[in-house]
Design a protein. Structure first.
Length: 319
């Protein structure tokens, strides 16, 4: 820098160098934040994948008498679901899993499945004496099962499709397992509905991205987004209500076609009853969530319209 250089030129050059250094620092900090976010997302995805493996392997670990072929199939299925979970939660934008960034939607579902598989495995995997935990779960499920055992109920439909030569003890176990599965599903649905009614879901403190949380829903496909969300939500709720009546019939028909027995294997029975309640729970939660998203978009649209009307210039002519 020359001594004869004007003072204002020196100041401009100093400001320019300081601005360049600040931009470099901001770029470095932003890169570090991105790296930390990627590693955090990958660590969370890996943890979820491990949890999925443990949940799917729960019946194999707790129910005795599993043969080698069934164990291989279940292990392969667990690894496949874990890989999908790792890819979906590790990617910046998911392709299949809905409401990924809107907890605890998927957490409620996976906890409900884990509790159902664990409880049913405990009930069906014990001997006549049993443990304190198995006795408590069996009694709890039996109370709910007998309470819901009335004509035209889903639980009565399950019991009616049991083999006629099934002994009373096994039928009582099935009734207890079905009752426990219904109880866990109803509690999960109640918790999620309370969160929606109280405004705790989705979290209003964080932005809700429709593209990320509903990857299979295209907002630009045509038609009003609110109308389509409400329609899809109601369809999911209707399917969720009627699926407990349809699943037992479909399962029995499929088993008859393949020459297999749903009640022949303890693990098959555990998975059949779990799916019987988990699928309706997922459909009902998805329907309620989509209707809630439609309410949020409608409220957001109303606030924008109100803001535009408030900022619009008022006419000087009398009305």
């Amino acid at each position: 820098m020359s001594a004869s250089e004007p003072i204002h030129t020196k100041l401009d050059r100093s400001h320019h160098e300081a601005g360049q250094k600040a931009e470099q620092d901001v770029g470095t900090n932003w890169h570090q934040i991105e790296v930390v976010a990627v590693f955090t997302r990958l660590a969370g995805a890996l943890l979820r994948a491990i949890l999925i493996v443990l949940v799917i392997l729960t019946p194999s670990l707790l129910v005795p008498g599993a043969n080698g072929e069934d164990a291989k199939v279940i292990t392969l299925a667990a690894l496949a679901f874990a890989a999908v979970t790792l890819l979906e939660y590790g990617a910046k934008f998911p392709a299949l899993i809905e409401f990924r960034d809107a907890p605890p939607f998927n957490r409620i579902r996976i906890i409900a499945m884990m509790l159902t598989l664990f409880g049913l495995s405990i009930i069906i995997g014990v001997d006549h004496e049993g443990t304190t935990l198995s006795v408590v779960m069996t009694a709890l499920g039996l109370v709910v099962g007998r309470t819901l055992d009335f004509p035209f109920s889903p639980l009565r439909l399950v019991l009616d499709h049991l083999p006629e030569n099934m002994d009373a003890i096994a039928a009582t176990k099935v009734q207890s397992m079905a009752g426990l599965a219904v109880l866990i599903a109803m509690l999960s649905l109640f918790i999620f509905s309370i969160m929606i009614r109280s405004g705790a879901w989705p979290n209003r403190a964080s932005p809700f991205n429709v593209w990320i949380n509903l990857p299979t829903f295209d907002p630009t496909a045509g038609g009003d987004v609110i109308t389509r969300l409400n329609r899809d939500g109601r369809v999911n709720v209707i399917f969720g209500i009627f699926s407990p009546f349809v699943i037992p019939v479909v399962a029995v028909m499929a088993a008859n076609q393949m020459g297999a027995s749903v009640v022949g294997s303890p693990q098959t029975m555990v998975w059949a009853i779990t799916i019987w309640m988990f699928l309706p729970l997922s459909l009902l939660m998805r329907g309620m969530a989509m209707i809630q998203v439609a309410r949020m978009i409608r409220a957001r649209r109303a606030r924008l319209i109100a803001g535009v009307d408030a900022d619009a210039p008022k006419s000087a002519l009398p009305s």
